[in-house]
Ligand binder design. Structure first.
Ligand SMILES: NC(=O)c1ccc[n+]([C@@H]2O[C@H](COP(=O)([O-])OP(=O)(O)OC[C@H]3O[C@@H](n4cnc5c(N)ncnc54)[C@H](OP(=O)(O)O)[C@@H]3O)[C@@H](O)[C@H]2O)c1
Length: 314
């Protein structure tokens, strides 16, 4: 629970009423959740949960189905699942619309499955549904060692694309290359816009990278902005965009209606889970922290040293 915004220490493990599943909900006994950058912003008071979401953080979880509402046909008590949440994953139980629930992919253990929903849904929806990345095209991923980046590298490689990443250290670039990236650019030392021409760019920086991103787009390129770590404002050269017949998209996942999330989740189960089951994509886990010590997990994320996901184990 977050009683008032602030540093990691404001996260307190508290007794709250059990969530009550509605007719279309699945009640999950949570095995694990994972930390997302959005949770840090929520803790700081910069990102309110959408209407109807629990007030405590947690955008994903894995666990076992405890109960299903009267309208739910696809899941039953005892099923091993993971889920995309609008909030409330840092908990022992969570109720979630059935459309946002997925089976645990074959070959992944129940706890590790908590590392997958947010990154798989974000990368699938932005790089493939919106960005329409195709085999043989080049994807530029900013922050290749982030939770999102580690999934984007693996998924794009599995679909036959060339992947270039930016990251802030030689160690992080080496890890991205291990995961399959073809090239890494240390953004402290080099200007990515001078080094790469990409068909699709997955951007988490926003304003600060806007001009460079447009410069780095090929003709017909698609820039998809999903994070604003470098600010929300930048100057967009429409002339350059028109000349390249390029496009700029901006999206969030958390606030989308349940049915839209359901389309994304089904796309993930159909297209991503078989690759996970085949071992082509693995959850990348940096640390496992007890859920009751979520403050420690937030400190790790804010240190910026992590590569991949930080799990909160119940
Ligand atoms: N819109 C959506 O639906 C959506 C959904 C999920 C996530 N996101 C966004 O995606 C981003 C990643 O989320 P996450 O949970 O995976 O967080 P994370 O693991 O903490 O990743 C943040 C990353 O940003 C990188 N970074 C910082 N400054 C950079 C720069 N100037 N150039 C390139 N990389 C830079 C850091 O890497 P270095 O140490 O290498 O700098 C770090 O790996 C966040 O901005 C989050 O808000 C958006």
């Amino acid at each position: 629970m977050i009683d008032k915004p602030g540093g990691p220490g404001v996260l307190a493990w508290q007794e709250v009423p059990d969530p009550v599943p509605g007719p279309g909900d699945v009640l999950i006994d949570v095995a694990a959740s994972a930390v997302n950058r959005a949770d840090v912003m929520q803790r700081q008071g910069l990102y309110d949960p959408p209407p109807g979401a629990p007030p405590y953080p947690g955008l994903e979880c894995s666990g076992v189905v405890a109960e299903v509402g009267s309208d739910v046909e696809d899941f039953k008590p005892g099923d091993r699942v993971c889920a995309l949440l609008a909030g409330g994953g840092y908990a022992e139980k969570v109720a979630v619309p059935w459309q946002q629930v997925m089976p645990v992919p074959d070959g992944v253990d129940l706890v590790e499955a908590a590392a997958l929903p947010e990154v798989a849904c974000t990368v699938w929806s932005n790089v493939f549904m919106i960005g329409r990345l195709r085999k043989g095209e080049t994807l530029l991923v900013h922050g290749g060692a982030s939770g999102i980046g580690t999934m984007a590298i693996q998924l794009a490689k599995a679909f036959g694309s060339r992947v270039v990443v930016t990251a802030g250290s030689a160690e992080k670039i080496a890890r991205c290359l291990d995961l399959g990236a073809d090239e890494g650019i240390d953004y402290h030392k080099e200007d990515f816009a001078e080094k790469v021409q990409a068909d699709v760019i997955l951007d988490i920086i926003g304003g600060k990278y806007l001009q460079g991103n447009v410069k780095a787009l090929k003709t017909g390129g698609r820039l998809v902005v999903i994070g604003l770590q470098g600010g929300s404002k930048g100057e967009l050269n429409l002339g350059a965009l028109l000349a390249k017949r390029a496009s700029v998209h901006g999206t969030t996942l958390r606030g989308r209606p349940v049915d839209e999330k359901g389309v994304i989740v089904r796309g993930v189960v159909e297209n991503v889970w078989p690759l996970v089951a085949a071992g082509a994509i693995r959850p990348v886990i940096y640390a496992r922290v007890p859920m009751s010590d979520a403050a420690e997990a937030h400190k790790i994320m804010e240190s910026g040293d992590h590569i991949g996901k930080i799990l909160l184990v119940g």
